[in-house]
Ligand binder design. Structure first.
Ligand code: HEM
Length: 460
């Protein structure tokens, strides 16, 4: 089977097979992609170090996936390489500074409140069962659209063309990835799906372009100082503003095309991953009511004398147990389970063996997180693994849901903040119980086949 994970199928059975493989070969193993292409699978922290910590010029991203995403995401951070990537990564790092992220916490509160209002209606007769992925993906898209563009599409309440296009694009890219006969562009763009992909790309690009143009006009009429003063006062500096105002060490700004690519990349990189992280943590807490209750008590205690119940930036560090539960869920159910790299130079492994240049290697986050030589009882959900007193002896590369090294996730702090706000308020208002047991589905992100259904009961 052709796939980025080096030949296990993207199903529950495939993941079980992977779990057995890593128990038998706990450091590295080779699988075949078709009859001729070997894929070196790295599944131990000491072995991924050689690849992840290598300079970004020594390894490149998965070439097939990049080619399919390029018409949508352009040369944004996720897909760019070499000097362009390094230059943009440096320019964009300040966009994720906590001073910029802080005001977004209000947006996370508002977006989750909208989802909860919907859940209150759906549970007005008592408990009901809901697909977590469906609801939470809309909510993460809603909050990203507000943080990136300051645009409220009301997508959680009524259909939005733009949000539907983003969802469609994600589905179409994943589908194409698993249909080898559609790898050739000229064939793909002749199919109805290929044409739908083009239409959705145009719609998403037009949306982003229109916002950039409008913002450039405002910047020109107000002047940079007034623009900044107004934005800072109203705490409404969004990612588009930060990108528009970014300059490199020579005073050079990003072009409109660059800004569009980065904004579209944030929308893609930030919605499904965070929705997956949140859906699986609710699933794990539904299966472990004692941890669910422990988290709820922590949140109730924190917000005891506060009305309205709102999580603020400063609260995020005051939820240690809830944070442990999120991390343990990201271990057991990593949203990005498989990363892959194309080696541009020979890479020397710790045992002296060499991955020759030209090879593909899979950084198997799922296998590292389920490796019994790294984690005792790896299939057990145990948040206490992330109690600070238990983390010191572990390799920092034993837990890499956001990858590591120079090309790690730039949105990690944003994602952790959003997950904490959403989980805290959700547990305060609702109780979760298991429903039908999900079958894990590791496509580009870790989903559940036919959705992740949980029984939801309103509290009070
Ligand atoms: C739980 C949520 C998230 C997870 C698990 C996650 C995971 C990852 C991983 C594993 C990578 C490395 C990809 C690779 O090597 O191929 C990555 C890269 C990236 N992520 Fe995230 N991500 C999350 C949320 C976000 C958010 C919220 C944003 C933006 C708002 C974001 C933006 C990006 C970008 C731009 C890159 C490319 C960085 C570069 O190559 O310089 N991610 N993410």
């Amino acid at each position: 089977m052709w796939s980025h994970r080096g030949s296990v199928s993207p199903t529950e059975e495939g993941l079980r097979e992977m779990t057995q493989l890593v128990a038998t070969y706990p450091q590295i193993f080779k699988r075949w992609l078709g009859p001729t292409i070997p894929v070196i699978t790295l599944c131990h922290p000491d072995f991924v170090r050689s690849v992840l910590n290598a300079s970004a010029t020594i390894t490149h991203k998965n070439m097939f996936l990049s080619r399919f995403l390029k018409p949508w995401l352009g040369d944004g951070l996720l897909l760019s390489r070499g000097d362009k990537w390094r230059h943009h990564r440096q320019m964009l790092t300040p966009a994720f500074h906590f001073n910029i992220l802080k005001p977004y916490v209000k947006i996370f509160n508002k977006s989750v409140n909208i989802m909860h209002a919907k859940w209150q209606r759906l549970t007005s007769e008592g408990s009901t069962h809901l697909d977590m992925f469906e609801h939470i993906s809309l909510m993460t898209l809603d909050s990203l659209q507000k943080c990136i563009f300051s645009f409220d599409s009301n997508c959680q309440e009524s259909p939005s063309e733009y949000i539907a296009a983003i969802l469609d694009l994600s589905t179409l890219v994943t589908k194409r990835y698993y249909q080898f006969f559609l790898y050739m562009d000229f064939l793909y763009y002749l199919t109805p799906e290929g044409r739908r992909f083009c239409r959705a790309c145009d719609l998403v690009h037009d949306f982003t372009d229109a916002i950039i143009q409008e913002r450039r006009r405002t910047l020109a009429t107000q002047g940079i100082d007034d623009f900044l003063k107004i934005k800072t006062k109203s705490k409404s500096l969004d990612f588009i503003d930060v990108l528009l105002l970014s300059k490199d060490e020579n005073g050079k700004e990003l072009s409109d095309e660059d800004i569009r690519a980065e904004a579209d990349t944030f929308m893609f990189g930030g919605h499904d991953t965070t929705a997956s992280g949140l859906s699986w943590v609710l699933y794990n807490l539904a299966r472990h009511p004692e941890y669910q209750e422990h988290c709820r008590k922590e949140v109730q205690e924190l917000l005891r004398d506060r009305e309205p119940k709102e999580i603020e930036w400063e609260d995020l560090a005051q939820l240690p147990f809830l944070t442990m539960c999120i991390k343990e869920s990201l271990r057991l159910h990593p949203p990005a389970p498989f990363l892959s790299r194309h080696c541009i130079q020979d890479i020397v492994l710790p045992d002296g063996r060499i991955i020759p240049k030209g090879n593909i290697c899979s950084i198997n986050v799922f296998a590292i997180h389920h490796n019994p030589s790294v984690w005792s009882d790896p299939e057990v959900y145990d948040p206490f693994r992330f109690d600070p007193k238990n983390t010191q002896k572990r390799s920092p590369l034993a837990f890499i849901p956001f990858s590591a090294g120079p090309r790690n996730c730039i949105g990690q702090a944003f994602a952790m903040a959003e997950m904490k706000v959403v989980l805290a308020l959700t547990l305060l208002r609702f109780c979760f119980l298991p429903d039908t047991e999900p079958r894990r589905q590791p496509d580009l992100i870790l989903r559940a086949e036919h959705g992740l259904w949980l029984r939801v009961e309103p509290l009070e």
